[in-house]
Design a protein around this ligand. Structure first.
Ligand code: KIV
Length: 265
């Protein structure tokens, strides 16, 4: 599979009707593994606040956290396009703050930023795009608004709300977004949006008709025993694999089987 390292690569994939695969990544060692894989592009998601830091929501992610994780990931990534989330309220604190945030995130190695929502963000998105910053949109369930949305749940269920999301998607495309994440929306709405736009859509909990799919790395690896939402397919039993390795090690230590002669100096 050809490497897709640019914004043009995203566009080409949509034109050629090739599906785009994305995963999240927050650290150097998994970045190196992903770099050698068939995955097309990587997102340093603000889900880092939950997955890596144990917070309940992504509201606790800030520019420092995103910059720190972006720097670690970019050191391990040579062959993939790297997008980083603009964290909670970073685009609501004025242009200067926005520009300084993007500056830090880009200097850490990101090639694009993802911004949740449309509406009042549109002028900022347009400004960034005109300043040479590729922007990925994010509609449907926008986790930074979890409290306003009353939880992590399906969006765009009513005709009126679906029409709003479709309209927002068109506005994001007009503002210059090179791609849009659609999170937790009905498949038929995701299909409609994907068909209407020239830019690719990347789905999570949005059915199979989007231009690509993204999952949180730890979710697809099955690292949590308890997190099993309907949209998730676990591609390995990471939790069990880790438990087994840790317990083998611990048993070997307890039973004086590690290290052996061969593993000693
Ligand atoms: O932060 C994140 O991980 C995301 C993806 C789930 C799209 O925004």
């Amino acid at each position: 599979r050809k490497k897709m390292k640019t914004v043009d690569g995203f566009h080409k994939m949509k034109v050629e009707r090739k599906k785009i695969s994305m995963v999240t990544c927050y650290d150097f060692w998994t970045a190196k593994i992903i770099d050698d894989s068939d995955i097309d592009a990587v997102l340093v998601g603000d889900s880092a606040a939950m997955v890596m830091h144990g917070f309940e929501t992504t509201v606790n992610a800030d520019v420092e956290m995103m910059t720190f994780h972006t720097a670690a990931v970019s050191r391990g990534l040579r062959n993939k396009f790297l997008v980083t989330d603009l964290p909670f309220l970073a685009h609501k604190k004025g242009r200067d703050f926005l520009v300084q945030s993007v500056d830090k995130i880009f200097k850490a190695g990101a090639q694009a930023v993802k911004i949740e929502g449309a509406g009042a963000n549109l002028p900022d998105i347009e400004y960034l795009v005109k300043s040479g910053i590729p922007v990925m949109g994010h509609l449907g369930l926008t986790p930074q608004s979890v409290h306003q949305l009353s939880g992590f749940k399906l969006q765009g269920k009513s005709e009126e709300k679906a029409a709003r999301i479709l309209e927002d998607a068109k506005l994001l495309e007009q503002a210059g977004c090179f791609s849009i994440v659609l999170e937790m929306v009905p498949s038929d709405l995701a299909k409609k949006i994907t068909d209407k736009l020239n830019i690719p859509t990347i789905g999570i909990g949005a059915g199979k008709f989007t231009s690509g799919q993204i999952l949180v790395l730890q979710d697809l690896l099955g690292m949590s025993k308890t997190f099993s939402p309907k949209f998730l397919r676990k591609y390995s039993d990471g939790y069990e694999i880790f438990q087994k390795a840790l317990n083998y090690f611990s048993n070997d230590v307890v039973n004086n089987k590690f290290p052996s002669e061969k593993e000693s100096f």
